[in-house]
Design a protein around this ligand. Sequence first.
Ligand SMILES: NC(=O)c1ccc[n+]([C@@H]2O[C@H](COP(=O)([O-])OP(=O)(O)OC[C@H]3O[C@@H](n4cnc5c(N)ncnc54)[C@H](O)[C@@H]3O)[C@@H](O)[C@H]2O)c1
Ligand SMILES: O=C(O)CC[C@@H](O)C(=O)O
Length: 387
Amino acid sequence: MYKVKLLNNISPSARTILTDDRYELSETVEHPDALFVRASDLHKYPFEKNLLCIGRAGIGVNTIPLDECAEKGIVVFNTPGGNANGVKELFLFALAMASREILPAMEWVKTYDGSQGPIEQRMEKVKKQYAGPEFAGKTLGVIGAGNVGSRVANIALACNMKVYAYDPYLSADAAWAISRHVFRVSDLRDIFRYSDYITIHTPLTDETRNMIDDKAIALMKNGVRIINYARGEVVNEDAMIKGLNDGKVARYVADFPTKRLIETKNTVLTPHLGGTTFESESNCARMAAKEMDDYLTNGNIRNSVNLPDVQLERSGASRICIIHRNLPGMLANMMPLFARDGINIENMTNKSRGSYAYSVFDVNTDVPEKAIQELNALDGVIRVRVL
Ligand SMILES: NC(=O)c1ccc[n+]([C@@H]2O[C@H](COP(=O)([O-])OP(=O)(O)OC[C@H]3O[C@@H](n4cnc5c(N)ncnc54)[C@H](O)[C@@H]3O)[C@@H](O)[C@H]2O)c1
Ligand SMILES: O=C(O)CC[C@@H](O)C(=O)O
């Protein structure tokens, strides 16, 4: 029985994969084999020695110390694309909110008390103050064209916008997903210079933190409208508040409220709702559950963000899974132990990612405890599991 600790509200659809006969899932389980998390920050989390993996039901992993986890032999999974449609649909709302005076107009309706006559007559008089531009015919700059950015670019085209996209690290899969009518931009400053609307869909990394700063805003058109459903820290808050107060930025629609932004004019803020749809939550929970289940049961790694992806069909009597450093001679040091104990390898694979590597051996026999201990004690070995 594996124990999985739920750190956030995870869709119950996870239980169709992590079933009661094999998994204990709860918020209070002790000494878990796995953590199931959404956006909680784990940078100060006290990871226990027996923790094997973390399933992030979502894509952003800036909240998880990936290197520390790899160093401790904890595999971190995420769910690429699982909530991209949810964000794309909210982007349409953001585009409308970035353009029109919908919020104040709704406030007017809500607080209308009838004292000035029937609302049908009164609203015909007041509505002119709630006019705004249409986005059809305008230019949208998309920064980051992965699972969300590609969908956003395509739907903006369908809204008759002219779309530019900037993504220096675009994967081949993402490139296939983007319409050929989207203009590829290789200099980020061109997105700033030519866009009426800018939408951000990058992860939060050292490179993207404060990507939208004073210098970037200075290059933008007057009255630019900026949408941020990526991460708050990609936009420098001081620069954004200054831009909004000056009127250089006409509107900032973002999923990451802060006290200062709430108090600034022309912001439209939602409480991190991009992936909060029934479908996205269920997709992400099921994807992360499948990834953790395959790792815990078979040692296979799919959609990891800190260790190499490795999948091997099961064969043989036992499977030995070893997370180790990516150093010369690692396999050569393991082999004599296999030979000494008469362990024959039927099938194997070894993959690396940065400083870390993962080797899986399907062998013809049970593995003696002594061999496991000696493998564990080898220089550069981080974790050994036998399944
Ligand atoms: N608000 C929400 O609820 C919500 C939901 C989903 C995703 N997100 C955020 O949006 C981000 C994107 O999500 P996704 O599913 O499209 O992820 P993704 O990994 O599919 O795509 C991210 C893209 O950003 C690109 N990129 C990386 N660094 C870049 C840089 N410096 N400049 C330009 N492009 C860069 C990558 O090449 C990749 O194509 C996530 O990392 C997450 O932070 C937020
Ligand atoms: O709601 C969530 O779990 C976060 C969604 C989103 O920010 C992500 O990175 O996938």
